[in-house]
Design a binder for this molecule. Structure first.
Ligand code: HEM
Length: 507
């Protein structure tokens, strides 16, 4: 054989050998229901396109989801069923014994994301979930949350943003995301872990555990590894994977050491009325042998992540939405300033009694659900979802909140518009609608039924208090030069947000 043709045939066989493997790896199993399939390249669009999640949704997901109520989608290394029909969602959320939680620790235990989150209160099923909930619930769902520290942290954030605007000059935009992340991390530390992290006001990177959060987010949402987590089997071949594991271990070890040091000091000094916090409860369960060191670490990490990240995303969306609709700010400011006259430091009860504030936050969560898409349940037995869609045992199923919240058949023709008035006039009316829509599967920013968010009450309070403080001090517009770009991953929020703030007293 001549040299060129030998070279060609070697090259061809090298290229073709993996082909049968790829065909097998990517094929759609016959056991999956007969549903439209989202092309596999959509899952890795981020590699060559900068399309945001909203654009991707409009182009590939909306039509099939609104017509069929569910689609097949390639997610985390397998074809799964993504559901958006409210009655099917309700069936899924109600019947956790059939559609069992199975997070990355079950689905892809070798992967970087599983190293990060492990087995925890959000993704565990059965006995482990009961164990974790029994330990942590009282620290997550207090009857009354003290507002003093939330007011203090929010005032600090607003002071910092005002200073940052002064330094930048009056007509230039400032980026808010870094300070919002620090605020969210500090609030989480103080309210759930008994850690005074003091990242707000420090330069970026100064508080390592906070700075790690940005690195973790950037590491996890790399489209190739997110869609093909089997690549995480090869950290010895892929240096970026090796770095990713190192980052996850660093976060794990730092948090463990910080919490253990805090717990040690607490036992030595025993303050008369030490507030019962999630970290204390987990610490007690660990030292008494009810949970292992790994379970202790995993639940600390998920508390750290979930209790800051969702609020952070929602606040970024809030800056964008209210910065493009200043009339909403004006109406909200009127309600807030009237209340502030008699209650400059409002309690939880006062904050939760403000109707327009309540409606604005509920509407923000409808249009910008921070947890937008999750596929973390597996069918433990053959089932008929909603009595209609056959789901075979072992099939992964999940949901998309934006699909439900933006569907005109569910929320009316103006479903994609921000209209806080849709929630009603009184707080009681709003809470009633919130509860009804959640039960029906038509409003799911916090999920619904048995596994709904345990931090919901705190999260709503935290964001309302920030709005209370912010609107009492400033007015802002989105920088006219900023073009909205949404995140590409499973979180629905602007990727960045640049605003121009004006202090009220200087108006
Ligand atoms: C705006 C803020 C928040 C949003 C949008 C949000 C959303 C959610 C969602 C969608 C779930 C269900 C996840 C799933 O199905 O796998 C969930 C679960 C959970 N969230 Fe939140 N969350 C927020 C804030 C918080 C906070 C501040 C905490 C406090 C630590 C918290 C603690 C939890 C816990 C413990 C669960 C698991 C409940 C269970 O499975 O029993 N969340 N959250």
């Amino acid at each position: 054989m001549a040299l060129p043709s030998m070279f060609l045939s070697t090259l061809l066989s090298l290229l073709l050998t993996p082909l049968p493997f790829l065909i097998w790896y990517l094929h759609v199993p016959r056991s999956l229901p007969n549903l439209p399939r989202i092309p596999i390249y959509v899952s890795i669009l981020g590699l060559w396109s900068s399309m945001g999640q909203d654009e991707i949704y409009e182009r590939w997901f909306r039509a099939p989801l609104e017509k069929h109520g569910a689609v097949l989608v390639w997610f985390a290394g397998r074809w799964s069923v993504l559901v958006s029909r409210p009655d099917w969602l309700t069936d899924m959320f109600r019947n956790e014994q059939i559609y069992a939680k199975a997070g990355s620790q079950k689905k892809i235990p070798h992967a970087v994301i599983a190293t990060l989150v492990g087995d925890n209160i959000i993704n565990a099923h059965g006995e482990n979930w009961k164990l974790y909930t029994g330990i942590m619930k009282a620290g997550l769902q207090k009857k009354v949350f003290e507002t003093t520290s939330l007011l203090k942290q929010s005032r600090k954030l607003v002071d910092i943003l005002i200073d940052s605007q002064k330094e930048t000059g009056p007509n230039k935009g400032i980026l808010i995301m870094a300070d919002v992340q620090k605020w969210a991390v500090d609030v989480m530390g103080e309210n759930f872990l008994d850690l005074d992290l003091k990242s707000l006001g420090q330069p970026n990177g100064a508080v390592r555990i906070e700075a790690l959060q940005s690195i973790i987010k950037a590491t996890l949402f790399k489209p190739m590894y997110f869609s093909f987590p089997d690549l995480d089997h090869f950290p010895w071949l892929l240096p970026s994977r090796k770095r990713a594991y190192n980052i996850m271990h660093e976060f794990d070890n730092r948090l463990y050491t910080m919490v253990m040091t805090m717990l040690h000091k607490r036992t030595q000094n025993k303050p008369a009325q030490s507030e019962e916090m999630v970290s204390h409860m987990l610490g007690e369960a660990y030292t008494s042998g009810r949970i292992t060191e790994k379970q202790f670490r995993d639940n600390l990490k998920i508390t750290f992540l979930t209790a800051h990240e969702n609020a952070q995303q929602l606040v970024t969306s809030m800056f964008w939405q209210l910065g493009t609709r200043v009339e909403i700010q004006d109406r909200l400011r009127e309600e807030i300033l009237t209340t502030a006259k008699t209650h400059p430091n409002p309690s939880q009860e006062i904050i939760n009694s403000l109707p327009y504030l309540t409606a604005v936050v509920l509407e923000l969560l409808r249009l910008f659900p921070p947890v937008c898409q999750l596929i973390n349940r597996v069918a433990l037995q053959p089932a008929l979802l909603g009595g209609e869609l056959p789901i075979s045992k072992g099939t992964f199923v999940g949901w998309n909140a934006w699909a439900v919240h933006s569907n005109p058949d569910v929320w009316g023709e103006d479903a994609r518009e921000f209209r806080a008035e849709r929630w009603g006039e009184t707080v009681e009316e709003m809470q009633g609608r919130f509860r009804r829509e959640t039960v029906r599967g038509t409003y799911i920013p916090f999920n619904a039924h048995k596994r709904k968010c345990l931090g919901q009450g705190f999260a709503l309070l935290q964001v309302k208090i920030l709005l209370f403080v912010l609107l009492g001090r400033v007015r802002w517009v989105v920088d006219p030069e900023y073009r909205l770009k949404m995140t590409p991953g499973g979180i629905l929020a602007p990727l960045v947000c640049r605003v121009i703030l004006t202090e009220l007293e200087s108006l």
